[in-house]
Write a protein that binds this ligand. Structure first.
Ligand SMILES: Cc1cc2nc3c(=O)[nH]c(=O)nc-3n(C[C@H](O)[C@H](O)[C@H](O)COP(=O)(O)OP(=O)(O)OC[C@H]3O[C@@H](n4cnc5c(N)ncnc54)[C@H](O)[C@@H]3O)c2cc1C
Length: 458
């Protein structure tokens, strides 16, 4: 009989439901999926024993690190769910500048604080509670990704439990197929990563935030200018435009606005202000309700993210990479930015800067701009209305859609391209070789035969 240092739950055990769902971020949970057992692993040996247990008992394996996947990829039928929540420690090698972190360490609340004490930075996810596990495996759109690249580009090695239950190191020299796949395969990575080894950078010393608030009716004019200015801006500025409804003032109904933000992560106040200065060139800047540049901190940025993404709310999320002529992009995106039925829903336009060639890794699809909607709400009776609205808004965006980012995707609802064809084919070869029995679950897709294709092209 297999024994574990961690806790093992079967459906009849007290605490089973809690083990399945208590670490899931999205309160809109799957009604028709349930694992056969849950292992809350204590350490990497437990993870390996869990994989061997699954093999002996003819179960597939699903994995959870931070529990933030919108579609709740970790909860799947006929599986042993291996919860890695306790694998959340970090070590720093000062000579190499490499941090080694467990997959459940939270990129913002934990890893960033650990590195700040050492004067270092890693561009983890924006929401501070996202686990580095799922985030890095799908590419990782972290702070200032526009200038500093996808977070997965800073992965130098991983420790992995394979489908046979062996613990191996994968990097550019050894098990390099797993190392290649771990940077972009997302939820169909054929193994369980028990540790990530990450290159860090010296920490910026000055963080300045530019915020301009426009009427939502100015969306088209602001975006026409944004498409001109964003490619010219310094790589140390993260540029995000957000459609949102600020809190009500004096009981007035909440009104949607369009907020243009620039966050400079710089070496001096002068450098930060200079990097943000082009944002003052908006031709309708005089119409902004607010236009400020203030000093900020990662703590303030983290608090803002938590406020925008409250825990235990219901969420629909969807996203698209867009490219094309500016006027066509603006027309196609107008519904998703201006017509949301939920006041707490927000939609972002994330400038990706000038396109550069990516290193050879599974992650391989991107575009000059990223659009994502996070439809946050509390009332479950709005589920179907919200689903229909988001699907319709994404249909409107189709003419300029290149594909999508796995991180904000839900393939149980709709499937889009997320990887270059050649990379997807190579990944399938690696999966077939590394996991011939299908021990690890694959993409949780409505139609597994059409994964990595835009649904309207099938
Ligand atoms: C509020 C919020 C904000 C977000 N902000 C960002 C952002 O700024 N940038 C961004 O890129 N993404 C962002 N995301 C998306 C997020 O990165 C993905 O949902 C990611 O999958 C979450 O990782 P996780 O480990 O927390 O999730 P989990 O649900 O635990 O993991 C998702 C899946 O990834 C796979 N997986 C996870 N860990 C491992 C492992 N160790 N080994 C093998 N497979 C594993 C499994 O298939 C697992 O089911 C955000 C999500 C939320 C909810």
């Amino acid at each position: 009989m297999t024994t574990f240092a961690g806790k093992f739950y079967e459906p009849t055990d007290v605490g089973f439901d809690e083990a399945v769902f208590s670490r899931v971020f999205n309160a809109r949970r799957p009604a028709d999926r349930m694992p056969s057992a849950v292992l809350v692993a204590d350490n990497d040996q437990d993870v390996a024993a869990g994989v061997r247990y699954a093999k002996e008992n003819n179960l597939a394996v699903a994995v959870r690190s931070g529990g933030h996947s919108w579609a709740v990829w970790s909860v799947q039928n006929d599986t042993l769910l291996i919860d890695l929540g306790k694998l959340n420690s970090a070590d720093f090698d000062e000579v190499a500048g490499i941090v080694s972190g467990g997959p459940a360490i939270q990129g913002g609340n934990e890893l960033d604080l650990f590195l700040a004490e050492r004067g270092r930075f890693f561009n983890g996810g924006h929401c501070p509670t996202v686990g580095i596990g799922g985030f890095l495996l799908q590419g990782g759109q972290g702070w200032c990704q526009r200038g500093w690249g996808w977070a997965a580009e800073s992965v130098v090695a991983i420790d992995v439990v394979t489908a046979d239950g062996d613990l191996v190191r994968a990097d550019a020299e050894q098990n390099s197929d797993l190392y290649w796949a771990a940077r972009g395969a997302g939820p169909s990575f054929p193994g369980i990563v028990t540790k990530f080894h990450l290159k860090t950078r010296p920490r910026f010393t000055h963080l300045f935030h530019s915020v301009q608030v426009y009427d939502i009716a100015d969306f088209a004019e602001v975006m026409a200018w944004m498409y001109e200015v964003e490619p010219t801006m310094s790589p140390e500025v993260e540029i995000v435009c957000v459609s949102l409804c600020p809190p009500s003032v004096n009981g007035e109904p909440r009104k949607r606005v369009y907020v243009v933000t620039g966050l400079a992560l710089s070496e001096s106040e002068e450098a930060a202000r200079a990097a943000l200065a082009p944002l003052q060139t908006c031709p309708i800047v005089d119409r902004a309700f607010e236009n400020v540049v203030t000093e900020s901190s990662m703590a303030e940025q983290r608090a803002g993210q938590i406020q925008m993404n409250p825990e235990n709310w219901r969420y629909f999320a969807d996203n698209v990479w867009v490219d094309g002529k500016t006027d066509e992009i603006i027309a196609a995106l107008t519904p998703v930015f201006t017509t949301s039925p939920e006041p707490d829903a927000f939609t972002i336009w994330f400038g990706n800067g000038l396109m550069r060639e990516l290193p050879d890794m599974a992650f391989s699809l991107q575009a000059p701009a990223y659009i994502a909607t996070y439809l946050a709400y509390e009332d479950s009776t709005n589920d179907s209305r919200n689903r229909v609205w988001l699907n319709d808004a994404m249909v409107a965006a189709q003419p300029v859609t290149v594909g999508q980012y796995l991180g904000d995707s839900d393939m149980t609802n709709r499937q889009l391209r997320f990887m270059a064809d050649a990379n997807f084919a190579k990944l399938q070869d690696i999966i077939a070789k590394r996991d011939p029995d299908g021990r690890f679950v694959r993409y949780l897709a409505k139609d597994s035969s059409t994964v990595n294709r835009n649904h309207w092209e099938v």
